[in-house]
Design a protein around this ligand. Structure first.
Ligand code: PMP
Length: 304
């Protein structure tokens, strides 16, 4: 990823892609204390538009607040930086990665006199879990790793270090031949995917776990709105793994994963074993929305 043309926003300036480097003693590299976002821009009739840019930028600042990290730029500057990298790299669609991390001024857990650095990079990235799987659905394994307890890393923060847990779960799932992991919380209730929120459908109602051990996903919130517009009831509640096995439909949501159907969990076929009708409706509406083909929510598209 490091050897390519393009520009990356680093601490207020656009620098050549290959020169956007840090020292090996960068604090966040050692201890994982940092915050980031995953944002997407989509092609629309009016050019590239970043989906829910303000919400993603707000979550970046909220994550930093949870970690006690002071981002040395304003919301508006970080917002503008994301628009700038998409435009300056001439991307018609993009995955955008803002990140804030501690520098290499000192080592040790007290994090004294450390500077906070910020980057925003953007590149083209297709379907996270495979294009064909957007229709066919993915095979999921309930992970042997539990999702973070609220008092371990605090799940409202999208923090670098918490993704070690996600990566362990993904490694385990893929080593067993599955596409993705579904993590339970420390009490054994369904939490989320390694990088996605999860929904199930039972008798026409959508259910999703509350946010105790899951990220407050922006796609999750978007699905709440779309479901409301389609007249599909949504309930947040504790969900057990056997409820997932017995669901009529299941799907993951995330900026990278978008709306990805789940066709199998732990060898049990979900519903008919293909993308279900409610999942399809929500997925179609989601893509219409992000590509600017839907009236309503114009404030969710920031044109580049
Ligand atoms: N949970 C986790 C652990 C994630 O990494 C993500 C991706 N950011 C999500 C849920 C979904 O969040 P969003 O819809 O805001 O991308």
């Amino acid at each position: 990823m490091d050897d390519r043309d393009g520009l990356i926003w680093l601490d207020g300036e656009l620098v050549p892609w290959r020169e956007a480097k840090v020292h090996v003693l960068t604090h966040t590299l050692h201890y994982g204390m940092g915050v980031f976002e995953g944002v997407r821009a989509y092609a629309t009739d009016r050019g590239a538009a970043i989906f829910r840019l303000d919400e993603h930028t707000r979550r970046l600042f909220n994550s930093a607040k949870i970690l006690g990290m002071n981002i040395p730029f304003s919301h508006d500057t970080m917002r503008q930086a994301q628009l700038d990298v998409v435009r300056e790299n001439a991307l018609s669609s993009a995955y955008i990665r803002p990140m804030c991390f501690y520098g290499s001024e000192s080592m040790g857990l007290h994090a004294d006199s450390l500077k906070v650095h910020c980057i925003v990079a953007a590149w083209e990235w297709g379907s996270y879990l495979g294009k064909e799987n957007m229709e066919r659905g993915i095979r999921v394994k309930v992970s042997s790793f539990a999702r973070h307890h609220v008092n371990v890393t605090m799940c409202r923060a999208k923090s670098n270090g918490s993704y070690m847990n996600s990566m362990l779960a993904v490694q385990d799932a893929t080593a067993c031949g599955f596409d993705e992991a579904l993590l339970l919380d420390t009490e054994g209730y369904v939490a989320e995917g390694s990088g996605e929120n999860v929904f199930i459908v039972h008798d026409g109602t959508l259910y999703t776990p509350d946010l105790t051990s899951a990220l407050d996903g922006i796609t999750r919130r978007t699905v709440f709105s779309l479901a409301d517009e389609l007249g599909i009831p949504v309930r947040e509640k504790r969900i057990t793994r056997d409820e997932v096995y017995l669901a009529d439909e299941a799907f993951f949501t995330g900026t990278a994963a978008e709306v990805t159907p789940i066709r199998e969990v732990d060898g049990r076929t979900i519903g008919s074993g293909a993308r279900g009708p409610i999942t399809e409706q929500l997925q179609t509406r989601y893509f219409d929305l992000v590509h600017g083909r839907l009236d309503g929510h114009p404030q969710w598209l920031a044109y580049v």
